[in-house]
Design a protein. Sequence first.
Length: 113
Amino acid sequence: VQLVESGGGLVQPGGSLRLSCAASGFTFSSNAMSWYRQAPGKERELVAYITSTGGRTTYADSVKGRFTISRDNAKNMVYLQMNSLKPVDTAVYYCKQVGGRSWGQGTQVTVSS
C-alpha cells in the first residue's frame, strides 16, 4: 500500500486549499478512504470519511460545512477541498485506507497571516 499526499502549503485565514492523495497497492474502488490531521502536540484526528463509491461522506464537527472529501476511482485519487481555513486547521494532513495500517508522509497545511 502506498499513499502519497500533496497540495499542502501556507495560506491566509479564510483561504482555500485542495489536498490530493494518490493511492496504490490495493483495490482502491473497493475501499472507503479517510483524511486525518495531526497538529503539533496533539493526537491525530479523523477529519473526513468517504465510502468506496463516494455515496456517503462524514466529517468532524470542526470542519463540517468547510471541507469536502471526494474521490475519483478511475484515477485512484481522493481529495480534500478545504475552504474558509482557520489557524486551528494548521496540521499535517494524511489520507488513509479505512481498515488499513499504512500511512503516507502527509502534507503540511499552515494557516497564518
